[in-house]
Design a protein around this ligand. Structure first.
Ligand code: SAH
Ligand code: SF4
Length: 381
């Protein structure tokens, strides 16, 4: 079997070239052809030595993802479903805004964390995506969009790891993909324009801080351990204090940055004024460890199996006001792509279970939302 070159960051590709008896700098040329020009065939790579072009097909190929479908929203949001084999389907969403184009990427087929309000969590874990499948979503979207929109320059300006799956439970495949996103010979995205969202895998947050300190979003959803453990089962392993300490350590590696806390607003569950006051107290407690944060309140996108309801807008705004009055930067997200089920908690995938029975599963997704700024006060607490 030949190697899929989308599996490599530049270092990996250099090692691959050396393995073929080629000079390392050849890797940079190859890397640019693949990621900047979207090449899929070696014969396109005209500045590559002919001998290498002839040698490559025997040991390598460039394979992105198989599209199942594409849905275009009236608001410009585009959702793709990709078939990753064995009945697993993953989703990628592009959200255009006036000043940016954000791509929301999946990291796993399914998810093992099992959050109560998340349909991917209800669906269970199928498998980790490979580096090629993670970066392949960006490769595919970027080159599709350039052609589709008739643009020569970069279309995707921001990436959020907020599609299906828990990225930090797929660290070894995630890391090379992040490096490709940041590499100037590939997509050249700045560290602050790539966000990893996590439900709080503490040891891997520390690894990420050392290896590749991109922007971090932490899915908090509750101000105390009892409630959070109920909503996000991983909290039993890594409780809130450990999580927030890990956030403070993360900021040592990425000073001047904020940690974004995501908070999914669930009617009557975590959306009461006392929860907001508890959050303020919690953040104050951790602010002397150097933690500076902002809050992103996400209206829950319901699905029947959850038994949960979306908080009313007045409730969300009252909650936001308490946080803002305490000096915390707070945003409320507005859904995008509702008409194509691309909004948070609305993406759907056809997933085949291990017995081969086709099941239609509404996978609750996120990150498909447009942040609307409610207020911007003093930074930190
Ligand atoms: N596993 C990672 C990243 C994917 S989930 C994480 O949990 O952070 C990205 C965000 O979408 C998380 O904040 C998650 O809590 C939120 N989310 C999941 N299901 C949702 C739903 N039904 N409605 C609104 N937000 C949801
Ligand atoms: Fe997994 Fe994130 Fe969904 Fe929780 S919210 S089940 S961690 S994808």
């Amino acid at each position: 079997m030949t190697s899929n070159l989308l599996d490599y960051d530049l270092e990996g590709l250099a090692a691959f070239c050396e393995g073929l008896g080629e000079k390392r700098f050849r890797a940079t040329q190859l890397f640019r052809w693949i990621h900047q020009k979207g090449a899929t065939g070696f014969d396109q790579m005209t500045d590559l030595a002919k001998s290498l072009r002839e040698k490559l097909p025997a040991s390598a190929h460039i394979q992105s993802l198989k599209v199942v479908s594409r849905h275009d929203s009236a608001d410009g949001t585009i959702k793709w479903l990709f078939d990753v084999g064995a009945g697993d389907v993953i989703e990628t969403v592009f959200i255009p805004e006036s000043d940016r184009g954000t791509l929301c990427i999946s990291s796993q087929a399914g998810c093992a964390v099992g959050c109560r309000f998340c349909s991917t969590g209800h669906q269970g874990f199928s498998r980790n995506l490979t580096t090629a499948e993670i970066i392949g979503q960006l490769w595919f979207a970027e080159h599709f969009l350039r052609t589709h929109l008739g643009r020569d320059e970069r279309v995707v300006s921001n990436v959020v790891m907020m599609g299906m799956g828990e990225p930090l439970q797929n660290y070894s495949q995630l890391l090379p993909a992040l490096r490709v996103m940041l590499d100037d010979h590939a997509y050249g995205l700045s560290r602050r324009r790539v966000t990893v969202s996590t439900s709080g895998v503490v040891p891997m947050m520390d690894r990420l801080a050392q290896d590749c300190p991109v922007a971090l979003a932490v899915s908090l959803h509750a101000p105390d351990d009892e409630l959070r453990s109920n909503l996000v089962p991983l909290n039993r392993k890594y409780p809130i204090d450990d999580l927030l300490q890990a956030c403070s350590r993360y900021q040592l590696a990425a000073p001047r940055d904020f940690i974004t806390f995501e908070y999914c607003m669930l009617d009557g569950v975590n959306d009461q004024p006392e929860h907001a006051h508890q959050l303020v107290a919690l953040m104050r407690k951790h602010s002397n460890e150097g933690l500076s944060c902002k809050f992103n309140l996400i209206p829950f996108n319901p699905f029947p199996a959850s038994g949960l309801k979306r908080s009313g807008m007045p409730q969300v705004m009252a909650f936001a006001k308490i946080l803002m009055d305490a000096g915390m930067v707070t945003t409320v997200r507005k859904t995008r792509g509702d008409d194509i089920d691309a909004a948070c908690g609305q993406l759907a995938g056809d997933v085949q279970d291990r017995t081969g029975v086709q099941k239609r599963i509404a996978s609750q997704r996120q990150g498909m939302l447009k942040g609307i700024k409610v207020v911007s006060k003093e930074v930190g607490v």
